[in-house]
Design a protein around this ligand. Structure first.
Ligand code: SF4
Ligand code: SF4
Length: 285
């Protein structure tokens, strides 16, 4: 079962919740840090890195001897990764290339060759008790976050655990879509503020377009009735859990601690939550 934890915006406590869900179920889950532009799960899980793999993409390289400077490749690139620079010929901006292959296909002289180029890496960590987590990291300056996310999601785990807890990047861009796609269930973490509601609506639109089952976790709740509760009631969206605002959580987080260290009783609830999702996903394959 693949559970993606996502949020329409950063700072909602998405990773805090994802880590707690994983730690409460680490005897049956693998944690995937897919927030590849700023992965930080390793700061909290404190595992031992046992392997590092490079993520590569095919990036075009132009052979100036074969190039007739027709400019077709530049016109074909939807990502502005190619430019014609007068006598210097075609310039390739590796960081902008999405490895779509269009320029190579269109080149009439065979001047373009695709070359494996590193765009990121995946670290695999061992944790106490036999659990494992994988963390993707995009190379600085590159725009190929979806490729690194896909590589993390496809990377084989060395544990027999079949549940994947996927910590998705914040927002609702291509990276969000790549990380939640194929999930059996998406948990959207939000907070009861106007910004939280605005971005939750975007995330809801995203998962509904992808036709993925989802529910909401509300973090930093101060009052019994709040705007997220009203919105979810109107839209008939299930709220799985509400976590009250607690200064101790922020303090613990700033020291590299986790939610369960402050709220140990939450472990049982998160254990049951995963079991309920198992039943639900099993009932709706
Ligand atoms: S492979 Fe695609 S994205 Fe990359 S330079 Fe060629 S056309 Fe542009
Ligand atoms: S399409 Fe080929 S020949 Fe034309 S400018 Fe690009 S690399 Fe040169």
């Amino acid at each position: 079962m693949k559970i993606a934890i996502a949020s329409g915006k950063g700072g909602t406590g998405k990773t805090t919740f994802a880590l707690a869900l994983f730690l409460a179920n680490s005897d049956r889950s693998v944690f995937l840090d897919c927030d590849v532009e700023e992965p930080n799960a390793h700061l909290f899980l404190k595992g031992i890195e046992k392997q590092k793999d490079v993520v590569q993409l095919l990036i075009p390289k132009v052979n100036a001897d074969l190039c007739n400077q027709c400019g077709l490749c530049v016109k074909s690139c939807q990502f502005n990764a190619l430019a014609m620079a007068g006598k210097a010929g075609v310039l390739v901006f590796n960081e902008l290339c999405h490895s779509c292959g269009a320029c190579t296909l269109i080149c009439p002289t065979g001047a373009i060759q695709d070359v494996e180029t590193p765009v990121g890496e995946i670290s695999i960590y061992d944790l106490k008790g036999g659990a494992e987590f994988l963390s993707g990291r995009l190379k600085v300056g590159h725009s190929a976050a979806p490729a690194v996310i896909q590589a993390v999601k496809k990377h084989p785990s060395t544990t027999p655990y079949t549940h994947h807890i996927i910590d998705s990047p914040p927002g609702t861009s291509c990276s969000f879509v790549t990380s939640v796609s194929g999930a059996d269930f998406v948990i959207l973490v939000t907070e009861p503020t106007p910004f939280g509601l605005h971005d939750l609506k975007l995330a809801v639109e995203g998962v509904e377009n992808l036709k993925l089952p989802y529910a909401v976790v509300v973090n930093r709740v101060r009052e019994k009735d709040h705007l997220i509760k009203k919105y979810c009631a109107e839209k008939n969206i299930k709220i799985l859990l509400e976590l009250e605002e607690d200064r101790r959580v922020a303090e613990m987080y700033s020291k590299g601690g986790t939610l369960l260290e402050v709220l140990p009783d939450l472990k049982e609830k998160l254990n049951l939550l995963l079991s309920d999702l198992e039943d639900q996903v099993g009932a709706n394959p």
